[in-house]
Design a protein around this ligand. Structure first.
Ligand SMILES: [Zn+2]
Length: 329
């Protein structure tokens, strides 16, 4: 293929006997509907000449120059913007934290407006409960920033985070969370998505696609590009990749442990989520695939999470429990 490209670039501008033109002329000769009387011979000749000039796009120098320059430039740009995620995964990021904040703010305002009649008012027990757990985990991550945590009154079993640290928890998930450690599992997973800048990753992938469309727009019908642009919008709506999900599970487990929640409870949460799934699939799972394999991975990370919990000098849950038991007696 490369050899052919080189040939095309070095070939003379008018190749009188190119494979393509020979093929076209054969086609014309074999055409059974071709008019044969003399009065149409001139027209036929003109048509044939016109068809000789219709060189396919990939046989034009402009195409190969443009794709060559864009391809080389794009590859260098891509390489320069590769960085390590918190778990050491190489990924492409070309958006700044400000871009991320901006994208998050727009989405945040639209969600607030969409659910304005269902937002749990500030200061209610549910609002305080969810925000207290979230704040404790955020503190354990050492992250700064303007976090916003909202509960939406809805039977949906879902929670999500928007770029810039805007967390939404649907009250339906609280019954699956069952206890503080269960809810800490959900919240720490969402906080981990933000910590690892997974939304920046998605925004970067969308910008990469837009670059491809920009190059393609030099050659392709604009209507095709509109479909492409709609697809790049859809990319942002798509669930996180399996790798991002795994990373959020792993980091989330460490964060909840550092915030003195019991990491072993994460297994219980995902098992309850699996049970809920057999009745009616929780929306949380729509965007968070493969429950069985994630439970297996979480079990593998628990020893390391326990180490983090010990390092955080957390009160021993058994001691706390017996202290309260003595106080009650
Ligand atoms: Zn997730």
């Amino acid at each position: 293929m490369l050899f052919r490209r080189v040939l095309l670039l070095t070939a003379p501008r008018r190749a009188p006997a190119s494979i393509y033109s020979q093929y076209r002329s054969l086609q014309i000769q074999k055409n059974p509907y071709r008019r044969t009387n003399d009065s149409h011979n001139d027209q036929d000749q003109r048509q044939r000449q016109y068809q000789y000039q219709q060189i396919p796009l990939w046989q034009t120098r402009r195409f190969w120059y443009t794709t060559g320059v864009a391809g080389t430039g794009g590859a260098i740009y891509y390489q320069v913007h590769l960085e390590d995620s918190p778990t050491g995964r190489r990924r492409f990021i070309n958006v700044t934290s400000d871009d991320e904040q901006q994208a998050g703010l727009q989405a945040y305002l639209s969600i607030i407006s969409q659910y304005r009649n269902q937002l749990e008012p500030r200061g209610t027990p549910t609002d305080l409960y969810v925000r207290r757990i979230a704040q404790r985990i955020i503190k354990a991550t050492g992250m700064q920033g303007d976090w916003e945590i909202h509960v939406i009154r809805s039977p949906e079993k879902n929670a999500f985070v928007l770029p810039g640290g805007k967390i939404f928890v649907f009250s339906g998930i609280l019954s699956v969370a069952a206890n503080e450690d269960g809810l800490a599992t959900v919240l720490s997973h969402e906080i981990a998505h933000q910590y690892a800048r997974h939304s920046a990753e998605k925004l970067s992938q969308a910008s990469l696609l837009q670059f491809v469309y920009l190059v393609a727009s030099l050659f392709v019908d604009p209507s095709v590009l509109q479909i492409g642009q709609a697809m790049s919008g859809l990319l942002l709506e798509l669930p996180n990749s399996r790798q991002c999900e795994q990373e959020a599970d792993q980091l989330g487990l460490y964060f909840m442990a550092s915030a003195c929640y019991d990491p072993r409870e994460a297994v219980g949460l995902w098992e309850r989520m699996k049970t809920a799934e057999s009745v009616s699939p929780p929306q949380f799972l729509n965007t968070h695939p493969s429950t069985d394999s994630r439970i297996e991975s979480i079990k593998k990370w628990i020893p390391q999470a326990e180490t983090k919990r010990e390092a955080a000098n957390c009160p021993n849950p058994e001691v706390t429990r017996s202290f309260f038991a003595r106080a009650l007696n």
